[in-house]
Ligand binder design. Structure first.
Ligand code: ZN
Length: 547
């Protein structure tokens, strides 16, 4: 029997359900169970009737559990979501630090740590914290080629989201991430008001409602969950067609993990992010004001810089993302916005100099909005109050629009030519590398995105609605298979995708198998499922062949 350490009840339930469907003798022990239920599982484990036993870290570290495990032959400890051990990671779970107890208690039993997301520092922390020094590391590529990455400049994000959903994801299941609970509530309500099936999810909701919303997301089709980062770990729903971020995620790792919840079935999916300088200011403040030690703050700042670099890049997004995780991807991927609609750049030394000297002339304490007002020569109360209509940079930037200037400032921050004063009010100030620009010793290029019409962009990279394509081959069979799957799912109280993935149903539609043998060759139809559902599937296929 292998023991799997898993951080979430939902994750255990999901995986154990899927394993059992495939004929593997799996069970879990967790706090949602009665004493009697736990006892039944323990008896099974002692009787050698289990292949895999799932436990939460706090549960496995209880003396009674360690005691139980020392009495039965355990073949393996598999520590899932091992990045939870990382103290500066976004999913840190203190209980994971206690797992070294397993080393002392069971020195002879192999240990395995697994994670879907870990950059080099996190990997070395996993090794150190779980005492896996000398262990072999197996690093699969990080690429998720079916996910199309796209970053847009924030400009009324809700409307941008609505447009994205209406043009590309009608009736699709997806996740929308926001930074705060209040924004989650507002956005979910707003989407509902516009006819979408949206549900909120954040740590401030009571447990029953959270569970209910998560279950609807798993069991019903076409549900959009609007959530803080509290939602998603362990969500293995394969047909999530999009993940949208209305606010910046915390780091590229968080972004990769969150967007990685899209398209697990391998069918086309979208990652959509709206980004503005105000997000950067908020995140910088979070870091600065956190109680973490300086060393951790420094790492978090670097992580944020990588994230901004990803947002502002004129190169392939996938390349930036994969390089961050140490992969060596090709220069273009043809499945991200910058590849599909290459970004033009322009030489902007003079413009950069104007921006930097405006920061200097106004005292290095003002934010972007005010600086843009000064450069474009806008007359308002704040300008008059500070006498900024008299500074030499007032009105010297009329060659660009306000939104182009905002783009310039964002890119200057991203490029490290300006920094955000997070101790103060988030004003912009000069830094070491500003000097070379002001002296004219540094070439500066800007991406031409502020004036790029976004409609054209989204049309150019629209992907065909993946769910509808099999319907064109044999719409009746596709619908019938989905209906059958839903029935079976209800009967077994499981999410539909645990019965069969969409990808499996698609393959059935396109190959129209006539024998159990042919059906058994389709990906996602194992021996167990063939035995349980094979005859029913074939019957449906035959009906449509004849018809
Ligand atoms: Zn690309």
């Amino acid at each position: 029997m292998g023991v799997v350490v898993s951080p979430l009840i939902a994750l255990m339930q999901d995986q154990v359900g899927a394993l059992r469907q495939n004929g593997i003798r799996a069970a879990f022990v967790n706090s949602s169970m009665t004493g009697n239920e736990v006892w039944q599982v323990i008896l099974q484990a002692q009787g050698g009737e289990l292949d895999l036993l799932y436990m939460a870290p706090e549960r496995i570290l209880m003396e009674s559990s360690l005691d139980l495990l020392s009495r039965i032959p355990v073949a393996l400890f598999a520590i899932d979501e091992a990045h939870c051990v990382s103290q500066w990671g976004h999913d840190f779970r203190p209980d994971y630090l206690g797992l070294t107890a397993l080393v002392d208690r069971f020195p002879g039993i192999p240990r395995l740590a697994l994670t879907a997301t870990a950059d080099a520092p996190t990997r070395s922390e996993i090794v150190k914290r779980l005492r896996l020094e000398g262990a072999r590391q197996f690093i699969a590529g990080f690429d998720r080629p079916n996910i199309c990455y796209r970053v847009t400049v924030k400009d009324n994000p809700r409307q941008q989201l609505k447009k994205f959903l209406e043009s590309e994801h009608v009736g699709d299941a997806g996740i929308v991430y926001c930074l705060s609970r209040a924004k989650v509530e507002e956005t979910a309500a707003w989407l509902v008001g516009h006819g979408f099936k949206a549900l909120p999810y954040h740590a401030g909701l009571n447990n029953a409602l959270r569970r209910q919303n998560q279950e609807r997301f798993l069991f019903e089709s076409g549900i959009i969950v609007v959530a803080t980062i509290a939602f998603g770990m362990g969500i293995d729903k394969p047909d999530v067609r999009f993940v949208a971020h209305l606010d910046l995620p915390k780091s590229l790792e968080a972004y990769y993990q969150e967007t990685g919840r899209a398209g697990r079935d391998g069918l086309p999916a979208n990652a959509f992010l709206t980004y503005g300088l105000e997000d950067v200011v908020i995140l910088r403040k979070f870091i600065e004001q956190s109680q973490a030690e300086e060393r951790i703050k420094l790492i978090e700042k670097r992580k944020l810089e990588s994230l901004i670099g990803f947002c502002e890049t004129v190169d392939c997004r996938r390349r930036v993302l994969l390089s961050y995780f140490g992969d060596n991807p090709p220069p273009t991927c043809n499945n991200c916005d910058t590849c599909l609609d290459p970004v033009a750049t322009w030489e902007g030394l003079v413009v950069a100099q104007k921006a930097l000297s405006c920061v200097f002339r106004t005292g290095q304490i003002f934010g972007m909005v005010h600086l843009v007002d000064v450069l474009t020569g806008k007359k308002n109360e704040k300008i008059t109050r500070f006498g900024h209509h008299k500074v030499s940079t007032f009105g010297i930037g009329k060659e660009l629009t306000a939104s182009q200037w905002r783009s310039v400032f964002r890119q200057l921050v991203a490029g490290g030519y300006l920094e955000v004063d997070v101790e103060g009010h988030g004003g912009l100030r000069l830094c070491e590398s500003s000097r070379a620009v002001l002296r004219g010793e540094q070439v500066v290029y800007f991406r031409r995105d502020a004036d790029a019409p976004r409609e054209r962009k989204s049309k150019a990279i629209r992907t065909p609605s993946p769910v509808s394509s099999p319907a064109t081959e044999s719409p009746g069979l596709w619908e019938a298979l989905r209906a059958m799957r839903l029935e079976l799912a209800k009967e077994h109280a499981l999410p539909p995708y645990i019965i069969f993935h969409d990808a499996t149903l698609r393959e059935i539609v396109s190959t129209m198998p006539t024998t159990l043998e042919e059906l058994g060759k389709i990906h996602g139809v194992g021996t167990r499922k063939l035995k349980n559902y094979g005859a029913q599937v074939l019957q449906l296929v035959m009906a449509f062949r004849v018809g």
